[in-house]
Ligand binder design. Structure first.
Ligand SMILES: Nc1ncnc2c1ncn2[C@@H]1O[C@H](COP(=O)(O)OP(=O)(O)OP(=O)(O)O)[C@@H](O)[C@H]1O
Ligand SMILES: [Mg+2]
Length: 394
């Protein structure tokens, strides 16, 4: 403010006073303006502070979620170096954060999985919607764990990718449940099929065999030739036996298939199932390991052979005792012996031929011989090392 000379007249003094008043009014206006601006700035600062607090709160909430998550949540930089590693990742993959942060995420991937992982990162960087990918990751102990992996890109304020957030969920349990469910469904279908076959056998086959037997029986009344009557009675007897076998088969069909029982248990089961048609229980002896020594494919054949051998004893031998012995070493030897009437000249059908065929298919041999003192001995022998792969169906 410039100093003005003192007024010399009253008019000058009044003029000076008015000027001063104007100056003061202007200063007042400027002060008011300034204080308004100051107050605006203050409000801006408060808003900024609130925003900052909210951002801090959100970051803290996010961190708490990441820490508490049961899933592995990790972040990597654009060169795939691991930056953060949550407790879920430590639990699932076995590495502590201290040990793994700074190492490459490629270490988690099993052989051959890198291209798919790179594709997922590229997709996230391009802003594509990330679908979870089911894969396997390495654990610290060298094992593999089934995971569902979702990748998303993290970006700076300019939109450039600063890294990736990766969530890996343990799906091992789910996969087990899925396969159990599929097995249960398949079993239900098999059971439905078995029920249908059992029904057809009962309603159609048994009734027809039964009717054929009745017809034959009625024919005997018309015959006066004793040998013819005997022969027909024999055939009727066979038909009755067939009906009995069909009933057994129907009974078996109604039973749920055995759940992954050991081969040893299945051998015992086959022997005890033969008790009814035989009228006595065959003895079963094992010489050597069973489940660890016999490949599944051989086991399937072995059970079929055992069932046919026991069924033959029931049908043909008229025995009072039978013995099953399973010997395992470099080869498997199944012998089934009975004390019955021995091999007669009877009509040879498919049973024994099938047993030979099953042995040949596995590179083994089959022989059926009479026993000194009566009875029959059947020996089914297959190598246990490097047998040729046969059909997996019995
Ligand atoms: N343990 C046994 N004791 C006495 N004879 C037997 C014995 N095993 C088989 N046989 C005789 O050998 C024949 C051939 O047996 P195989 O199993 O090949 O035919 P099947 O039992 O008569 O008919 P399929 O098995 O085809 O239903 C039988 O018909 C029977 O005469
Ligand atoms: Mg037979």
């Amino acid at each position: 403010m410039t100093s003005t000379p003192p007024p010399r007249t009253l008019a000058e003094a009044q003029e000076a006073l008015r000027r001063r008043e104007r100056e003061l009014a202007e200063a007042g206006r400027q002060i008011a303006e300034l204080s308004r601006e100051l107050s605006d700035a203050d409000h801006g600062l408060i808003a900024l502070h609130t925003e900052l607090e909210e951002a801090r709160g959100a970051a803290a909430r996010l961190a708490a979620i990441v820490v508490a998550s049961g899933d592995a949540v990790i972040s990597i930089d654009p060169l795939r170096t691991i930056q953060t590693w949550n407790p879920g990742a430590a639990r699932l993959l076995g590495h502590d954060a201290d040990a793994i942060v700074g190492r490459s995420a490629d270490e988690l991937l099993p052989e051959g999985a890198l291209p798919a992982f790179e594709d997922a990162l590229a997709g996230a960087a391009a802003g594509e919607h990330a679908e979870p990918v089911e894969t396997r990751w390495h654990r610290a102990d060298g094992g593999l764990v089934d995971v569902s992996v979702t990748v998303s890109a993290m970006r700076g304020s300019d939109g450039a990718v600063t890294g990736y957030a990766i969530v890996a969920q343990d799906i091992g349990r789910r996969l087990v449940l899925q396969s159990e469910l599929a097995a249960a469904r398949a079993e239900r279908e098999v059971m439905a099929d078995r029920e249908r076959i059992a029904r057809d056998l009962h309603d159609m086959v048994i009734q027809r065999v039964f009717a054929a037997g009745l017809t034959l029986q009625s024919v005997t009344a018309l015959l006066d030739h004793d040998r013819a009557v005997d022969r027909i009675d024999g055939v009727v007897g066979e038909l009755d036996a067939t009906i009995e076998e069909l009933r057994n088969a129907i009974f078996d069909l109604h039973r749920a298939p055995q759940q992954a029982t050991s081969l040893r248990a299945q051998i015992f089961d086959a022997a005890s199932a033969a008790r009814r048609p035989l009228g006595f229980a065959p003895t079963v002896t094992f010489d050597g390991p069973v489940d660890t020594a016999i490949p599944q494919e051989v086991g399937v054949h072995l059970l079929a052979v055992l069932r046919e051998a026991l069924s033959n004893i029931g049908k043909h031998a008229k025995a009072s005792a039978a013995e099953v012995v399973l010997d395992t070493g470099t080869e498997l030897l199944l012998t089934v012996s009975d004390n019955g009437r021995g091999l007669g000249p009877g009509t040879r059908r498919s049973g024994l031929a099938n047993l030979r065929e099953r042995a040949t298919q596995l590179g083994g041999t089959f022989e059926v011989t009479g026993r000194p003192g009566g009875g029959t001995r059947l020996a089914w022998r297959v190598p246990l090392t490097g047998h040729p792969g046969g059909s997996d169906r019995p």
